[in-house]
Design a protein around this ligand. Structure first.
Ligand code: URP
Ligand code: ZN
Ligand code: ZN
Length: 459
């Protein structure tokens, strides 16, 4: 199988080159001008449009039992939606709850993906308790190619770990050379504030944000950083939403703590007034950490431009309207999550690059390359280079549309970004040399996706 992409503006972080990309089997084997190909090669004319490295979403939920229900996508639906939006690799959170066995959970999550994903995938392994068998189980999971952990400081009695368990996880992660990702909110404060608000009769979705204020996230972020500092482990804050939390992470970084920051699509584009809408309209926009006061969006964009927000993920987590209505009598029962896997690249390009908030280098870096580097996928993924997997996105910069639930491929009945402008979309998406998407349509091979085995790289 060979593929020649002609006449592309090849965009990597820090470099642009006009030329051709030749792919044999699954790998890029030549990059240059006027490349020749055998007569049976598939040829695509990029017509001078950008060719980006396949985009990587470092934070998604596909299979997720959570808040008395299940997130709606399967790997079949989620991966096709991802690919149509230009994401060729996603990293899914394996999230057994505290009562589950971690290894059994890992096998279950793997079995859901195997043979069903159209894009490549990897896992972050959530550590939701630390008991006698945890170290040996985590060693097996790392040896199986899952070289990143996840901890939740939120979600008391479900996914959440206490400080002792956080210490044990980070101490082991340091020894294994594994990066630990963390949801940073103070679980005790959230539980207390939720109870206080409910006791005052405050039950609607507009009370979700006040139950998890910015200071609660800043405390969690600062505490995670302090634990990194004192274990020497490497950490990554997921879905950071607000200025005080960013300041806590950056202050730690300044004193030498090995910490990186992810922010996710909703926090750049929608603010807390969306969740303050009455009834199910507000519930659509309930996630944790919550949507914040609008000024935080500028803070996040500026930090993204400067590279102090490292990556942009989605925290893709679809629940439909019926599921959201589980919280009709109490905001604490609204399933937390907003879908975004299909829209991340196009919305980041439109509202970031086209609106002048970030340059093309930061776009490619934050949506692909930096995640590849942090999570042990580089240079196989995250760059267009000889020897890399041929995951390529030819981008149609002339495309114009609006986000709409009616046209989305995500398995959900609403979009959190309904009506937002899109100025560009992938015209061709390849996964390891195979064309999977053309102009918004999945044309490829279901089940092509492979689990990406990763080596520890944070010693
Ligand atoms: O609201 C969210 N973020 N839902 C998914 C679970 C998580 O915390 O990442
Ligand atoms: Zn989270
Ligand atoms: Zn998440």
């Amino acid at each position: 199988m060979s593929l020649l992409i002609r006449n592309a503006e090849i965009v990597n972080v820090g470099t642009r080159a006009h030329g051709d990309i030749y792919v044999e089997n699954e790998t890029i084997t030549r990059i240059g001008k006027d490349l020749q190909a055998p007569p049976d090669a598939e040829i695509i004319d990029a017509k001078g449009q950008p060719a980006f490295p396949g985009f990587i979403d470092p934070h998604v939920h596909i299979y997720l039992p959570f808040m008395a229900t299940f997130a709606k996508d399967t790997h079949e639906t989620g991966s096709i939606a991802a690919l149509i939006g230009g994401t060729t690799t996603y990293i899914e959170m394996v999230c057994p709850n505290r009562n589950d066995d971690a290894l059994a959970g890992y096998q279950l999550w793997k079995s859901k993906a195997e043979g069903n994903s159209a894009c490549d995938y990897a896992f972050h392994m959530s550590v939701t308790k630390f008991v006698a068998e945890t170290e040996s189980q985590l060693r097996q999971i790392v040896a199986d190619g899952t070289a990143s952990f996840k901890i939740f400081l939120a979600y008391k009695n479900f996914f959440g770990v206490d400080d002792g368990e956080m210490y044990q996880t980070l101490e082991l992660a340091k020894r294994l050379g594994v990066i630990t990702t963390a949801h940073c909110e103070n679980a005790e404060l959230v539980a207390r504030l939720q109870q206080k608000l409910l006791s005052e009769g405050k039950i609607g979705p507009e009370w979700h944000e006040p139950s998890r204020p910015e200071s609660v996230e800043a405390e969690g972020t600062g505490r995670f950083a302090t634990f990194l500092e004192n274990t020497g482990a490497t950490g990554y804050v997921v879905h950071l939403s607000c200025e005080p939390a960013l300041n806590a992470a950056l202050a730690a970084k300044k004193r030498g703590v090995k910490i990186s920051v992810e922010s996710v699509l909703p926090h750049f584009l929608v603010d807390k007034t969306y969740a303050e809408r009455p009834g199910v309209e507000g519930m659509k926009h309930v996630m944790s950490p919550p949507l914040r006061a609008k000024h935080n969006q500028d803070v996040l964009w500026q930090a993204l431009a400067a590279g102090s927000v490292d990556t942009v993920g989605t925290d893709h987590c679809p629940f439909d309207l019926e599921q959201k209505l589980l919280g009709r009598d109490s905001f604490v029962s609204i399933p937390n999550g907003i879908p975004g896997i299909e829209d991340r690249v196009n919305l980041l390009y439109t509202h970031g690059v086209k609106r002048g908030r970030i340059d093309l280098d930061r776009f490619v870096d934050s949506a692909s390359t930096r995640a590849a580097k942090l999570f042990g996928l580089f240079p196989r993924k995250g760059t267009i280079a000889v020897g890399s997997d041929a995951d390529l996105v030819i981008y149609d910069t002339n495309y114009r549309a609006k986000v709409s639930a009616k046209t989305q491929h995500v398995n959900n009945d609403y979009s959190g970004f309904e009506g937002m402008d899109i100025e560009g979309r992938p015209s061709v998406v390849t996964v390891r040399g195979k064309v999977q998407v053309r102009d918004g349509k999945f044309v490829g091979e279901r089940g092509r996706g492979k689990m990406l085995k990763r080596e520890p790289c944070h010693f």
